[in-house]
Ligand binder design. Sequence first.
Ligand code: NAP
Length: 302
Amino acid sequence: MKQKVLITGSNGLLGQKLVNLFSNMDDFVVFAISRGENRNDTAKNFTYTNIDITDSEKLTHYIEDKTPHYIINCAAMTNVDQCEKEKEKCDLINVEAVKTLIKCVKENSIHLIHISTDFIFDGENGPYKEEDKPNPINYYGLSKLKAEQIITQELINYTILRTILVFGIVDNMSKNNIVSWVKKSIEDKQEITIVDDQFRMPTFVDDLAEACLLAIKNKAYGIFNVSSSQLLSIYEMTLQIADAFDLDASYIKAIPTSQLYQPARRPPKTGFILDKSKNSLKLIPLPFKDRLQVFKNQLLNQ
Ligand SMILES: NC(=O)c1ccc[n+]([C@@H]2O[C@H](COP(=O)([O-])OP(=O)(O)OC[C@H]3O[C@@H](n4cnc5c(N)ncnc54)[C@H](OP(=O)(O)O)[C@@H]3O)[C@@H](O)[C@H]2O)c1
């Protein structure tokens, strides 16, 4: 029997990747919801509906009608500075909508796969294990932690995949990610200033989509870290991007975080310990450099 999967936030970076992945597999029927018109021009075999996930009544009716076996929740307010400035809106999307999903999940025995973030940590003691104590230092991180806490308190089948600085390409992207932004800026001959005192393990969106599939296939319940395998400063990352795309790295200038003046604070050093996802999810983490090459090939074949 085919399994029904519902992907929320299907217009986003991860959402589109998931629609592409699942709609190419015979075992799944794919339902996709997001705000506004469908922006995915690649996938054909799926049903799209425009639903704002903060509309709890519409969302509940939709889920009750479609009766999915799995919900992968990719819808979120992901702009960290916007979350800091618009806290109520952030709560509605990142926390309240999750409560609606949980209610539906409970009533219909659905496996919920939810995406969370390294920003639940303060970045003082990274890399982090799944069970380390969270301490968010910005509102986005707090909202994502609140959602995690609500999910883990319920007697439901859930998988929380925490991830870091996601990059990749899909159709009609509404926002930049680190790789596309650095590449375009240098190609446009613009100097860019990059912090050299923040450390991350960036995640290729294809790997995150694969982790969602593995969570379903392996019935892997609980919290899992998902990222590439090496901790790099953001400055080091941009040098690797310049190298991978044969770009002039002299356009990249290193600066400290104190010179950025962003509305929301950023954790200095996150990164993940990946043993649990290697053992239970069967996910193989790879270096950023290697994933950049795959990304480059995807761009060449577009
Ligand atoms: N990107 C990262 O670096 C990163 C890092 C750690 C964790 N994550 C988490 O990973 C998940 C996926 O992120 P992503 O990079 O794919 O983000 P994204 O590209 O910003 O996608 C989020 C999608 O959610 C949609 N959305 C927002 N509010 C909605 C609402 N009220 N109703 C319906 N749809 C709504 C957005 O619609 P519009 O396109 O119309 O705005 C967008 O298509 C999120 O949970 C995020 O918190 C991301």
